[in-house]
Design a protein around this ligand. Structure first.
Ligand code: MN3
Length: 202
């Protein structure tokens, strides 16, 4: 076994009062994410070139290769979900002053950042992810990726915050209402303390 499922950084029921129920987290973490890890380990086990590589190196090696699409998909999903759990918090929604200053400098205001982040999350047709990234030029930017796409593959900067917009992330709590899920994420779940720490460490 090369890769393993990280523990959630909170109890699975800890977000229930803030718009993400325990069953969503148990399925999303314990079934979906675990499934990606299991599939990835099975694929790596059958491929000597991949054995011993870090997760990031596996993602970059498999990126764009049709023959390694299942490897890329499961590795990308493992990386993205591992970050996503850290982007949720039972005390989420509050933006530390250091991050607020940077958001205001690069987007004009916190509200404009939220508008653009929401637009990316809603504009991702089908499954995928929306990201707040510190670009290589030092400016914050918002991007979106489809399916298992990840900024690890494109080396476009450091991911500070991500939202999973696959239906499995929100269907139990919000049914088809992705806008409500994204609004709730920004207001009550997003771990901006983690994003600020990622920024400070960059
Ligand atoms: Mn997911």
């Amino acid at each position: 076994m090369t890769f393993s499922l990280p523990s959630l950084p909170f109890a699975p029921g800890a977000l229930a009062a803030r718009g993400m129920c325990q069953e969503t987290l148990e399925l999303h973490h314990g079934k979906h994410h675990q499934g990606y890890v299991n599939a990835l380990n099975g694929l790596v086990d059958k491929n000597d070139v991949l054995k011993g590589k870090s997760l990031e190196d596996v993602i970059r090696f498999a990126h764009g290769r049709d023959d390694l699409a299942p490897v890329f998909n499961n590795a990308g999903q493992h990386w993205n979900h591992s970050l996503f759990w850290n982007c949720l918090s039972p005390q989420g929604g509050g933006i530390p002053a250091s991050l607020e200053k940077k958001l205001t400098a690069d987007f004009g205001s916190v509200d404009k950042f939220k508008e653009q982040f929401k637009a990316a999350a809603l504009g991702q047709f089908g499954s995928g992810w929306a990201w707040l990234i510190l670009g290589t030029e030092g400016r914050l930017k918002i991007t979106k990726t489809g399916n298992a796409g990840t900024p690890v593959a494109t080396r476009e900067g450091k991911a500070l915050l991500v939202i999973d917009v696959w239906e499995h992330a929100y269907y139990m709590d919000y049914r088809n209402r992705r806008p409500d899920f994204v609004d709730n994420f920004l207001a009550k779940l997003a771990n901006f303390e983690f994003a600020a720490a990622q920024l400070a460490a960059a």
